[in-house]
Design a protein around this ligand. Structure first.
Ligand SMILES: *Cc1c(COP(=O)(O)O)cnc(C)c1O
Length: 369
């Protein structure tokens, strides 16, 4: 691997392949895989990742919003793309780019049928989402007759899949709640299938659902975080490889005398002589202020260097008093070799999802093939 000369997010497609293969090994042969590539593929690079996953024969993609799907189509992605949270104002765009909406409420179902009808569509592929306990998006049991009646009156749309989302698939203390969600999904989906007279694809599991609830794999699973190398537990993460390494360099080294302060608002005041390194990465790059003042740390020449004082917009200062290093040296913020994003996130009481999706578009992405 080349040494970094500026702040970069290195993305290892071989690790992505490893994770995809590992997750597939947990499935029955016929179970389809939907890759969740929302939020720039969790901060990585949605276009490159989706194009690579197409070569691995992934079955489906999902994004959160229509514009994310448009970007994939413009990059040449041809597989089906489910839009998990479509907004009515974007329905025409969604149709123009052959993106498939999640229809999760009466209003969204009726509005989509109206727009698709004006656009002269027939059998337009749509997905119906049930709320089984997350209470975020989705139809309740009481809506099933309404859905069936609405679909019966039109040939503008055709249901490609029925799905639901687990609220606590990574938390084994919530097993009873999760099993109840799975049972509700079975019940609701069977009832709707009975009424519409055909059987769309059914799916419910995210990454932790794949790993913890094999009985809920149905026809397809949806994986996001697992593809990017995290399993939401020490045990599961061992079998996966983080695909991204966030690197930067040392811009300048300072000697801080006893009594001097470092950074904005003088948040750090030194009680002894120490050395700091200033790095070209800050909260505008996704290292949020919560990591400041000793919580977060980076790795320099194999050693941990904690963040000193407040995180600035474009820079952080780290303590290198006991580290042999020079201006220009490479710095690892997170990556599989030293501190994983999961571990760094924990230092600030957050989760890998938040840290990796925060890495801003200012940071250059470099693909390792
Ligand atoms: C984001 C998302 C996923 C992916 O979850 P992971 O835990 O990253 O695997 C799956 N389904 C829905 C509905 C989502 O919003």
């Amino acid at each position: 691997m080349p040494k970094a000369q500026e702040t970069v997010l290195e993305i290892d497609l071989n690790a992505l392949k490893h994770n995809f293969t590992h997750l597939k090994s947990k499935l029955k042969n016929h179970t389809k895989v939907l890759a969740v590539v929302k939020a720039f593929a969790y901060g990585n690079d949605a276009r490159e990742i989706a194009k690579y996953l197409e070569t691995l024969n992934v079955d489906y993609f999902a994004v959160a919003y229509a514009n994310e799907g448009v970007a994939l189509r413009e990059a040449g992605v041809t597989k089906s793309i489910l839009v998990l949270h479509p907004i009515a104002v974007n329905f025409k765009t969604l149709i123009a780019y052959c993106l498939e909406p999640n229809l999760y409420s009466k209003k969204i179902l009726e509005t989509f049928i109206k727009v698709a009808s004006e656009e002269n569509q027939t059998n337009y592929p749509v997905h119906i989402k049930f709320n089984t306990g997350l209470n975020r998006l989705g139809f309740d049991e009481s809506n099933i007759d309404f859905i069936a009646n609405t679909l019966d009156k039109t040939n503008v749309v055709k249901v490609k899949s029925l799905f639901s989302h687990l609220a606590a698939s990574e938390d084994l203390n919530e097993r009873e709640f999760t099993l109840n969600q799975i049972n509700k999904f079975k019940k609701y989906s069977e009832k709707l299938i009975d009424l519409i007279g055909y059987a769309p694809i059914r799916h419910m599991c995210n990454t932790s659902g794949i790993l913890n609830y094999p009985e809920a794999h149905f026809d397809m699973v949806r994986t996001g975080i697992g593809l990017y190398g995290f399993g939401n537990s020490v045990k599961e993460s061992k079998n996966l490889k983080p695909i991204a390494t966030l690197k930067t360099i040392i811009s300048q080294i300072h000697t801080i005398e006893k009594g001097e302060s470092v950074g904005y608002n003088r948040a750090f005041k030194s009680e002894l002589l120490l050395m700091t390194a200033t790095l070209p990465i800050g909260h505008a790059d996704g290292i949020n202020r919560i990591y400041g003042n000793g919580k977060g740390f980076v790795t320099i020449n194999g050693k941990k260097a904690p963040i000193v004082g407040n995180v600035c917009m474009d820079m952080i200062m780290v303590n290198i008093t006991n580290i042999d290093c020079q201006e220009g040296d490479e710095v690892i913020v997170f990556g599989p070799e030293y501190t994983s994003a999961e571990t760094l996130a924990e230092s600030a009481s957050t989760i890998s999802y938040e840290l990796i999706t925060s890495i801003s578009q200012r940071v250059k992405r470099v693909l390792l093939k």
